[in-house]
Design a binder for this molecule. Sequence first.
Ligand SMILES: *[C@@H]1O[C@H](CO)[C@@H](O)[C@H](O)[C@H]1NC(C)=O
Ligand SMILES: *[C@@H]1O[C@H](CO)[C@@H](O)[C@H](O)[C@H]1NC(C)=O
Ligand SMILES: *[C@@H]1O[C@H](CO)[C@@H](O)[C@H](O)[C@H]1NC(C)=O
Ligand SMILES: *[C@@H]1O[C@H](CO)[C@@H](O)[C@H](O)[C@H]1NC(C)=O
Length: 494
Amino acid sequence: MILNLDMIKIILSICFSFIIFLAQSAPENAKISQIPGFHGTLPSKHYAGYVTIDEKHGKKLYYYYVLSERNPSKDPVVLWLNGGPGCSSFHGFVYGHGPFNFEKTGSMPKLHLNPYTWTKVSNVMYLDSPAGVGMSYSKNKTDYITKDTKTALDSHKFLLEWFKLYPEYLSNPFFIAGESYAGVYIPTLCSQVVKGLHAGDKPTLNFKGYLVGNGVADDVLDGNALVPFAHGMGLISDDLYKGVTTKCQGNYYHPINNDCDNKLSKVDHVLDGLNIYNILAPCYHGASSNKTKHGNSNMPENISKLGETERPLAVRTTIHGRAWPFRAPVKAGKVPSWPELLSLAGKVLCLDDEVATEWLNVEDVRKAIHADPISVMGHWELCTDKIQYHHDTGSMIPYHKNLTAAGYRALIFSGDHDLAVPFTGSEAWTRSLGYKVSDEWRKWQVDGQVAGYIQGYDKNLIFLTIKGAGHTVAEYKPKEALAFYSRWLDGKKI
Ligand SMILES: *[C@@H]1O[C@H](CO)[C@@H](O)[C@H](O)[C@H]1NC(C)=O
Ligand SMILES: *[C@@H]1O[C@H](CO)[C@@H](O)[C@H](O)[C@H]1NC(C)=O
Ligand SMILES: *[C@@H]1O[C@H](CO)[C@@H](O)[C@H](O)[C@H]1NC(C)=O
Ligand SMILES: *[C@@H]1O[C@H](CO)[C@@H](O)[C@H](O)[C@H]1NC(C)=O
C-alpha cells in the first residue's frame, strides 16, 4: 500500500514535471542547431525567429536570442537595439558583444567564440526594429513609413508576444540596452513597458532598467557638444575655438548668424577625413582603395572570385553610417535617409560592413538562423533606406527623468573618442537631470588599468566613459565593455 502510494506519487510527479516542461519550454522550432562558419560546440543555446505583430499586414519582427553561458535561468534578459534609424541589431551581434568574432576569409567568414561576449553573464536578445530593418519586414509597405512612437508600440507588442513564447524567462530581471539612435528607441520603449505594467498588460515583465551607449538624447545638448569635444581633443585650434565660441555664443546647434555659420563650416572642413566613429581609428575607404574586396590579399584569386560569382553582393564598399552622422543632430520631423545624408554631406563614411553583409546574405546562414530567404524579403543590409522615419518624441530628457524617478536603474555610457555622439553631450544631459552626485567623478579600472571615468547620481543614474573607445564601445574595447556591463548588471560597484 505504502509502496503503491509512493509509486503513484512518483508517477504523478513525473507527469507533472513533464507538463510543466511542456508549458514552460522555449519553442523547439526556434532552436538553432548549427551555424555556418562555426565549427565547434556552442557554449550556450541559441534561438531565433520571427514574431508576427500584425497578422493582417504580415508585419514580423526578427529576433536572435542567445542564452547566458553562466546561469540562463537566473541571469538577466537584455534586449539589444542598434540605431540608425534603419540599422540592424546584427551590428551588435557581429561587430560588438555577440557570441562570435567574425574572421574575414574572402568567402564564408570563419566564426570564433568571443571571449568578451555579453552572453557570458546575461541572456541577450538582438531585435531588428522597426519592420523594414535588418531581417524584419512587412508585406504591406505602408508600414515602412514610421516614427518613434510607432516603433516603441511595435517593440512593446513584440516583447509581450515574445515572453509568451519564452515564459521561463519572465522572472529574470529584464533590461533594455542599445546605442546611437537607440538613445531614442530605449527610453520611449521603456516608457511603453512601464505604461503596460501600470495597465496590467500580460504577461508581466520584470523590467529593471536600461543602458544607453553613445546615444542621442537631446538636439540642443548633443548639438552643442561637438565643438568643445573637438577642441578638447586637439582637433581644432585655440584660435578657431575662440572664433567659433565668440560668433556662436555657445549655440552651435542652431547657428544664430552668418559669421557663426562660416566658423562652423571651417570646423567641418578641419574635421573632414576623420573617422567620426572613432577619431583614433583609420578611415576605411573600401574596395576602391587598394584593399582587396574580400579583405585578405593572401587569398588565391580563383577562390575569392568563386565567392563573388556564387554570392554576388550589391556594390557597397563602405556603409551608409551606423550611427547618427556628423552635424546632423536629431531634430523633430522626417529623419533624412542615408543616401540623402551622403549627398548632403558629400562624404564617404569610414566603416567596413563586409563580413556581416557576406554572412547574412548566404541562404544557408539565413536558413540556419531562421531568417526568411532573400527571395522573400530581400538582401540584408547593415543600414537600410527602405524605411521613412520620423522623429516625433522630441527630447529624451523627460523620459529619463520619469524612468529614473520611478526607480528604474540607468547606465549612460560613452566611448570617449566618438565624434558622432560625443561624450560631452551625454555628460551634459545626465547632469541636467539635476540629481545629487552620489559617486563623484573618479576612474574605474580593469586589470589595474584606468578604463575610463564614472559619475554616479542619486536615483541609480550613472554616467560612465570608456577611455579610448569609439561610438560602438564593445567593438573598440570588448574587455572593458564586458567588465562594466557585468558589474552593473550584477549591481556591483563599477
Ligand atoms: C496596407 O495597409 C494600409 C493601411 O492599413 C491599407 O489601407 C492598405 O489597404 C493595405 N494594403 C494591402 C495591400 O493590404
Ligand atoms: C593601387 O595599386 C596599383 C598597382 O599596385 C597602383 O598603380 C595604384 O596607384 C594604387 N591605387 C591607389 C589608390 O593607391
Ligand atoms: C585555385 O588555384 C590554385 C593554384 O592556382 C589551385 O591549386 C586550386 O585548386 C584552385 N582552387 C579552386 C577552388 O579552383
Ligand atoms: C512623465 O510623467 C508625467 C507625470 O506622470 C507625465 O505627465 C508625462 O507625460 C511623462 N513624460 C514622459 C515623456 O513620459
